[in-house]
Design a protein around this ligand. Sequence first.
Ligand SMILES: Cc1ncc(COP(=O)(O)O)c(C=O)c1O
Length: 427
Amino acid sequence: MYYEYDNNNLFWKNSNLNNLCREIENNLKSLYNYSGPYFLYHEKIIQDRLERFEKNFSESRFYYSVKSLSNINILKLIKKFKTFGLDVVSGGEIQRGLEAGFKGSEMVYAGVGKKEDEIKLGLNCNLKSFHVESISEIRQIEQVAAREGVKGPITLRLNPDIAVDTHKYIMTGVEDSKFGINALELNEAVSILRDSKHLRLMGLQIHLGSQILDTNVYMKGLDFLDKIAQEIESSLGIKIEYVSLGGGFGIDYNSVFTTDSAKEFSLSELSKQILQRKNTGRRIDFEPGRFISAHSGLLLAHVLYIKPRKDYSIAITDAGMNELIRPALYGAKHRILTLKNPSGSMNNYDIVGPICESSDFFAKKIAMSTLKEGDSIVIAHAGAYGSVMSSNYNSRPYVPEFLLDGENFSLIRKPQNIQDIYSLEII
Ligand SMILES: Cc1ncc(COP(=O)(O)O)c(C=O)c1O
């Protein structure tokens, strides 16, 4: 159970949101004269999700996908878990990781378009491995490594051409996606590694997509990785340290008043299936993002105006698609709760933001207890790909972020002010 009403209070994993939000808003008002939306993260939920990986895969290493929720204070929480490193996708994320106390050797670096300066940064901080996606990228890393006089650690991200049941924008392991090295490129990649004095092969990796519920596709991916690992090992006469199944473990966005684990990705089922197969001696690693961060965050917004329509109403909130773009980008659905216990009359609502775009909505025609202007609403399970995808569209500042530790909260990102937004413009 994530959320629960008790009398007229909404509890989020035993934290009383009505009290906390009142205190947070008083703080924001007095310190920053700010009264808008904010993100709230729950330390206990993050810890619980991290522990699930450690419990189910005792032989593995995990690399938390920084892009899903990247505040340095969240990364510091993850740092407390010794089996967790970071999966980063840019020089900026490497720097975040270092700032949070991770060593380069605890990070793997993914992404199809690494620039020369980012590669140099990765080499200089002794990254665990570059998860490479093309022949050109391997050659580029080789050149930079030769210039720096070091050996670049390389993991081949392969494109296994395995389709998964998810939104097409987050399916990444099929042939027509931009990701991974395909069968046509593999031989050349291996022969560069064989001949190079400046590259060292660490592992093989796949990432099939995001919000996946089926464990069988991971087993299919693992068979694919094992077959290629065996071929490469005998061709190069080396031992590959790890194969990585990437991230993608799906969660149930609908479960707010229950914790229906049957509807989210089953780590225990995957662990069982992995244990049943023959041990290859290669470590199996993972790069979870959403599974850790989604339930751990909420977006708190306020109803600004209510507009009546024929048989429903439109509730316009102070949060918009620039704070949470998932509904506009992927048609994602988030549950929306009121802080007050729903009772009495109900109404149908479109819950929309203030941005000048028709795609700026959080929900359409949902039944909620009657809302009034000034009410607070909770947009649930907004921790993953929420704040990190925010923009300044419509010249709207980034909103503050808070971290909850039971009944205590700390401000982990200040509200941005308007001058910050245009400070780089030359006037
Ligand atoms: C290479 C890689 N690893 C891990 C992830 C994390 O995925 P998720 O947040 O679905 O677990 C992603 C997300 O796109 C990715 O591209």
